[in-house]
Design a protein around this ligand. Sequence first.
Ligand SMILES: C[S@@+](CC[C@H](N)C(=O)[O-])C[C@H]1O[C@@H](n2cnc3c(N)ncnc32)[C@H](O)[C@@H]1O
Length: 230
Amino acid sequence: MTSPASGTLPEPQVRAMFDRIAGVYDRMNSVMTAGMHHRWRERAVDLAGVRAGSRALDVATGTGDLALELQRRGAAVVGLDFSTEMLELAREKAPGIGWVQGNALELPHADDEFDAVTVGFGARNFSDLDRGLNEMTRVAKPGGRVVILEITTPEHPPLSLFFSLWFDRLVPALGRIAGDSAAYSYLPSSVRRFPGPEELAARMAGAGLHDVRWVLTAGGIIAIHVGVVR
Ligand SMILES: C[S@@+](CC[C@H](N)C(=O)[O-])C[C@H]1O[C@@H](n2cnc3c(N)ncnc32)[C@H](O)[C@@H]1O
């Protein structure tokens, strides 16, 4: 079943949804996370291991905040997304990044191009997760890193109770205020149906990554996975 409430939507609808919410996206992130999302992005980029001279690709880059963090560390960065409106806002933030409109499931890049390939809060929207992981791995160089930053569902109280309150009540209410209740009820549902940390690590290994590990932060609500390309 595909619907916002089931957390699964066909690709054209995902794209249309992000085009629609682009204008409120950054503000909603700051309100929903009390500004903590910047710290999570910094930690993801720590794990990407980029430095001056590295080449990095941020897929499903949205309004570009993870791409910007990669650039701050000295990497030459490409940010890719299929939403015109999200990319437009990214472009305004950093004209120096190579913004590309494209599909993460069919990356317009050659094999072994990048030292690091990242995705932040995007993998859960892929209509085919394994294909997205295979593509990210394909375009990264041997020895390069693939990093996935995602929201994950904590399993034990008290965090699971807080998470449920935050995600099932507060986020949809904020979505109604922001004028898009469908998008912000899709968000908790898409997190719930996304694989947990162990399964995601196994899927990354299945895409050909090794030394896959992850860190949980924000009390277990945020998972950052990293794997190395063979
Ligand atoms: C929740 S936003 C995350 C944006 C950004 N990475 C961040 O950290 O805030 C998800 C983004 O993924 C993009 N997206 C989802 N599936 C995609 C795909 N198959 N190809 C390209 N972009 C995709 C959407 O357009 C949207 O901008």
